[in-house]
Design a protein around this ligand. Structure first.
Ligand SMILES: [Fe+2]
Length: 189
């Protein structure tokens, strides 16, 4: 069993440049390749093999796997072009918790302004019936256990450095939020 690199039907006339998207998809491909390579090595590790070396592979798995999966959410949200968030359970929760879609986006931007590399993620907690916006460092540090992922925003510099600079990264966030197909996001709930 191995993972296959997904293709995404992202319109070519969006306000993130084709070069930015292409560079980023190339990095995504690396996460798929490395996830497969790691899983192969771990599965075939000899019983008498070096446990220290195996431990490092195991630690690396969360980085590569989460890097692969979070990018699939991220690029998947851009498929088939932008749509507004319509009547849905997601919109109901957003209005209940944040007051409006604009206030939800403001909360995403507040988290996105944090220094360092990582992701802004909206989770849905089935226990409390609440959305939770959280920051994940790298790809794997800070995930909320067992909570389905509803929305991801890549805040690694590679996600915007072709088109933007760190000082203007919130312009990238504004652009990205305007490109999202919110029907796809809403259907994850
Ligand atoms: Fe990325």
């Amino acid at each position: 069993m191995s993972y296959t690199e997904k293709t995404f039907n992202i319109p070519t006339d969006i306000s993130l440049s084709n070069e930015q998207i292409t560079v980023h998809l190339g990095l995504y491909a690396g996460y798929v390749k490395n996830t497969n390579a790691l899983l192969d090595k771990i599965r075939t590790w000899p019983a008498e093999g070096d446990i220290i070396a195996l431990s490092e592979l195991q630690r690396r798995l969360g980085f590569e796997f989460d890097g692969m999966r979070l990018h699939e959410y991220y690029f998947g949200q851009l498929e088939n072009g932008a749509t507004s968030l319509k009547e849905s359970k997601l919109l109901d929760l957003i209005v209940k918790q944040y007051g409006s879609f604009e206030s939800y986006c403001a909360d995403i931007k507040r988290l996105a302004s944090m220094r360092g590399i990582g992701w802004v993620i909206t989770y849905y907690d089935t226990v409390s019936d609440m959305l939770i916006n959280a920051w994940v460092s790298d790809h794997e540090l800070g995930h909320l256990a067992g909570l389905p992922i509803i929305f991801t925003l890549d805040m690694w510099e590679h996600a915007f450095m072709v088109d933007y600079r760190p000082a203007t990264k919130l312009e990238y966030v504004n652009q990205y939020l305007s490109l999202v197909n919110w029907d796809i996001v809403a259907n994850r709930l």
